[in-house]
Design a protein around this ligand. Structure first.
Ligand code: NAD
Length: 509
């Protein structure tokens, strides 16, 4: 009854609540504004969960867990199949929500949704993926096998930049493994998560297996301390990832915490410049540079390579078509917030002050009819050096920095010195050079003539160095291990004519 009344409230005042036990739930709680970044206007408000809301979500997840863990994996897979079909049927609605709260262009939103759906498809194979390992006759009449049991209630805390895909890196596999899941999406674009929750219920997921609680840091602080939560998957900025990793580990949880990035592309003198420029344009400026796999550094081997690259990039960056994400003819939408705009602009200013050569300055861009939107134009720097803040820090905006060096070894050494190690790529026609690069470079995901080497769903995704804290990557085979605990059972059935006697030496085959 209360929920009904509160749900009605949410419709009239446009408040995004939480999704607990199979329905939307709005309580009397403080809220944050949710903006449409293209107009700069507040379009909704999102609730910030109180302790009692969080408690309800944890209880709902706990209550359903015993039933859900014993549901046969093939039945869980059938729900995933239905979820996949619903995601496809409702893809336009999902992408519009993403474009209206994140700002990215609709076909980019479709791209992220498709990558999320791939993980759901992988989770559809859960019966096969959860098959244990069996050793018959491990000893006389003794068999030994391993099982992978779900952990219990697990949580995912996600960033603003992929409101559909990053949650779907986590929960499809977590729930297919038999866990119940609490998602805490970004408070900046929370609506997509709420729609995903509704679709899971429509797909037949029992109430309480998947819950969404909205909120900010305070909600996260409670979740990562609560002893009933067994594991934390986090994706966001590095300082927060590191702090969550340490605090959640200290409270005895299994943790994977993926952080920020600064991804390098190495351009060799033999690279095809046209192909390279096309790839870099998409990877540096797509989604307004707000991707953890965005290429933000181009390291050119040789001055000729750099001169050609900068010359071609300059015109392309100046001609980027920028506007609201709902117009698919645009290459790039706005940044997520006014604060992000200020932050990116201030980095450009620092780059100029530190003597990098600003080839294209997008800071003063105005999009007609959207003057209050959080738009910024593409920026391009040449002659950037390693000590500059535009090289060291993650800017998370449409800013590409070109560095010049003279050998592949210097380029690799530069990447390996950087604090981040998410992705990295090389453009070359030489197989030996590419192989050397992928062997030596200290990053988690490598592209060879591919600027955004985001692994397919049957592999796993994660970075090195300060781009990830924890051992097991997200999605793919690592996720099956992350969301389950191995149990090994050794069994012997005594026979009737047993000649058993006490054995005091250590048992061996
Ligand atoms: P963010 O770190 O600000 O927020 C991420 C999540 O943490 C949100 O749900 C937020 O509510 C919560 N949060 C914010 N401050 C917190 C605090 N002090 N304590 C606990 N929780 C807190 O990140 P963002 O700005 O939403 O996303 C952009 C960042 O995410 C970038 O650094 C980007 O590189 C990173 N990212 C990394 C990957 C990857 O795979 N490595 C993928 C996507 C995004």
């Amino acid at each position: 009854m209360t929920t009904q009344k509160q749900t009605n409230t949410s419709k009239t005042v446009n408040i995004i609540g939480h999704y607990i036990n199979g329905q939307e739930f709005v309580a009397e709680e403080p809220t944050n504004d949710v903006f449409n970044p293209a107009s700069g206007k507040v379009t909704k408000k999102v609730s910030l969960a109180s302790k009692s809301t969080i408690e309800q979500a944890i209880k709902a997840s706990q209550n359903i867990f015993p039933e859900w863990r014993n549901t046969p994996p093939q039945k869980r897979a059938r729900i995933m199949f239905r979820f996949k079909h619903l995601l496809e049927a409702r893809s336009d609605d999902i992408c519009r929500l993403i474009a209206s709260e994140h700002g990215k262009v609709l076909d980019d939103a479709q791209g992220e949704l498709s990558r999320g759906i791939e993980v759901v498809e992988y989770a559809c194979g859960i019966s096969e993926l959860l098959k244990g390992e069996h050793s018959k006759n491990a000893g006389p009449a003794i068999d030994c096998w391993s099982e992978f049991q779900p952990l219990g209630v697990v949580t995912g805390i996600t960033p603003f930049n992929f409101p559909a895909m990053v949650p779907m890196w986590m929960f499809p596999i977590a729930i297919a493994c038999g866990n119940s899941f609490i998602l805490k999406p970004s408070e900046r674009d929370p609506s997509t998560a709420m729609l995903l929750a509704q679709l899971l219920t429509e797909a037949g997921l029992p109430n309480g297996v998947f819950n969404v609680i909205n909120g900010n840091k305070d909600v996260v602080d409670i979740l990562i301390k609560d002893q009933r939560i067994q594991a934390v998957s986090f994706v966001g900025s590095t300082l927060i990832a590191e702090s969550i990793y340490q605090r959640a580990c200290n409270s005895g949880k299994r943790v994977q915490a993926l952080g920020g990035a600064k991804n390098h592309a190495v351009i060799m003198p033999d690279a095809d410049i046209n192909t390279t420029v096309n790839a870099l344009m998409g990877a540096a400026y797509g989604s307004c540079g707000e991707r953890c796999m965005a290429i933000s550094i181009a390291v050119c081997v040789g001055d000729d390579t750099a001169d050609q690259l900068v010359q071609q990039l300059k015109t392309r960056v100046q001609n980027l078509k920028i506007g609201p994400g709902t117009d698919i003819t645009n290459d790039m939408g706005p940044l997520i917030s006014r604060q992000a705009h200020t932050r990116v602009s201030s980095y450009v200013k620092q780059g100029v002050a530190q003597n990098a050569k600003l080839i294209v300055d997008g800071r003063d861009l105005m999009v007609e009819g959207h003057e209050a939107g959080f738009f910024i134009g593409g920026c391009l720097f040449d002659k950037v050096t390693e000590e500059m803040s535009i090289y060291q820090d993650e800017i998370f905006g449409p800013v590409l920095c070109v560095l010049r060096t003279d050998t592949i070894d210097n380029a690799i050494a530069m990447i390996n010195r950087h604090q981040f190690g998410n992705g990295g790529c090389i453009f070359t026609k030489d197989g030996g050079t590419a192989r050397y690069f992928s062997d030596q470079v200290k990053v988690g995901m490598v592209g060879i003539n591919i600027a955004l080497p985001v692994p397919v769903a049957s592999q796993s995704f994660g970075g090195w160095k300060r781009s990830m804290f924890g051992d097991l990557y997200v999605y793919g085979p690592d996720a099956i291990r992350f969301y389950t605990r191995r149990k090994t059972i050794t069994q012997k059935w005594p026979s009737s004519d047993s000649t058993d006697k006490p054995l005091f030496s250590f048992p061996s085959g």
